[in-house]
Design a protein around this ligand. Structure first.
Ligand SMILES: C#C[C@@H]1N[C@@H](C)[C@@H](O)[C@H]1O
Length: 438
């Protein structure tokens, strides 16, 4: 083992109640909102091909023109309770909200920069009403924070000169001040979701970042911080030089999902996902493959079946409203979750062999297995292999628990469960109540 001062400080999953609640959330909502929502992926009538929240980096976008968007930020249709209601109806149990994206615009009235809502026509704090609305809806809040900050004069992609070093020292102090400010102003926040930490300048700050993480955890005991925040002293990110996870959960699953349990290395993790191929901030064009609610429900079930959480992104418009397509998807997912959330909340990896019909999840600490079906076999027989000494006490449809299903042991510890779901067009859940084999 390599001797590390700034590597991971904990091996294995956290066992405290705050992390256990996070682990059982299953489904979350991501909100990407800021000045980038105003151009919405377009400038001077031209479409930006990249992700809308990166439009400032586009050569066709004059930086002063982008930075002046602060004087256009006046989201008259912003309604925090409506956003929280959409998340609640979808069945999300936590939300990750951008406080500051890479452009450096702060959705809270930070004391440490003038590039905030306080100096926009809107003037008012956006974060407080959002934190309060989601908290009132019973949805835990995680604050997204980008370390990379294109607006701050001290930001550097790398530190090459003494001048860079002096500038970056100022940037580090600014970053610490903003993070302590956020945790102090919004004490209800359960965690921080860091982004923009891939550049050499930040990777070289192992000691500073390690001490800052310790300071934040001391200020907010139980704070949840992912693996993307800091690198160890050898520049290793997400996993330190001894291959131990940095932070409390793996933050590597961005717009992708693991395929097997081996891919997640026994850690907690979340997958953050866009509805279009790659748009986090609002893009006027709703183009390319737009995921259907069934696809998104399948991704949620797959994530939970592999011990993770699925966090679906919404990109509100510049005026603060949420686009109809996103509202419709949230309702469709919510309709399914209202009937089937028992297979998602407080569930995890079942340990069972993957079968063609879909994904299995297991209720934490309870002998209940959920077979979340996406592919209906023409035989009507759903194969499931159980560990030795485990038998099926009872099986039924989660949507209609009076419909007890016929179970046949076709080989030792291998069963067929026979089910004919009412609807063939929607995913459904078969419940297995298991017991010790006599
Ligand atoms: C790249 C990148 C960023 N990471 C995602 C979570 C979005 O914030 C995107 O802009």
């Amino acid at each position: 083992k390599i001797k590390l001062k700034h590597g991971s400080h904990r091996e294995g999953k956290r066992t405290d109640a705050i992390m256990q609640k996070w682990r059982g959330n299953g489904l979350g909502q991501f909100i990407h909102w800021g000045l980038y929502a105003i151009p919405g992926g377009e400038w001077n009538g031209k479409q930006y091909n990249g992700a809308a929240e990166w439009i400032r980096s586009w050569n066709e976008m004059p930086k002063p023109a982008y930075d002046s968007l602060i004087y256009k930020f006046n989201p008259v249709n912003f309604n925090a309770d409506q956003w929280a209601a959409i998340a609640k109806d979808m069945g999300a149990r936590y939300v990750t909200i951008t406080t500051k994206h890479h452009d450096g615009f702060c959705l809270w009235p930070s004391k440490y920069t003038s590039y905030t809502v306080a100096n926009s026509p809107w003037k008012k704090d956006i974060m407080k009403p959002l934190v309060d609305a989601y908290d009132k809806a019973g949805i835990d809040v995680i604050l997204y924070f980008s370390i990379m900050d294109w607006n701050h004069p001290g930001w550097r992609y790398d530190i090459k000169t003494r001048a860079d070093s002096i500038a970056f020292e100022g940037f580090k102090k600014f970053t610490r001040n903003q993070l302590i400010e956020l945790l102090t102003m919004y004490p209800k926040a359960k965690g921080l979701w860091f982004d923009g930490t891939w550049d050499k300048s930040w990777i070289k700050q192992a000691k500073f970042a390690d001490e800052l993480e310790a300071e934040m955890r001391k200020l907010r005991p139980g704070l949840i911080i992912g693996s993307r925040f800091r690198a160890d002293e050898y520049g290793k990110r997400h996993f330190d030089s001894n291959n131990v996870l940095m932070g409390d959960y793996e933050q590597g699953w961005e717009r992708k999902l693991p395929n097997t349990i081996a891919d997640v290395h026994g850690n907690d993790w979340d997958c953050v996902m866009t509805i279009p191929e790659n748009q986090w901030g609002y893009n006027k064009a709703w183009k390319g493959h737009i995921k259907t609610s069934t696809e998104l429900i399948e991704m949620t079930a797959k994530a939970v079946s592999l011990g993770g959480n699925f966090v679906l992104n919404f990109g509100p418009k510049g005026d603060g409203s949420i686009r109809d397509q996103e509202k419709r998807l949230a309702l469709e997912i919510g309709d399914w979750m209202k009937v089937n959330n028992e297979a998602i909340y407080n569930c995890g990896y079942s340990g069972l062999e993957k079968q063609d019909w879909g994904y299995s999840t297991k209720k934490t600490r309870i002998d209940k297995i959920y077979m979340v079906v996406f592919n209906i076999p023409v035989s009507g027989a759903y194969r499931v292999k159980l560990p030795a000494k485990t038998a099926i006490a009872k099986s039924y449809l989660l949507a209609d628990q009076n419909q007890v299903l016929k179970v046949e042991e076709v080989h030792t510890n291998e069963y067929f469960v026979y089910a004919n779901p009412a609807s063939q067009s929607k995913p459904f859940v078969i419940v297995l109540e298991t017991k010790k084999k006599e």
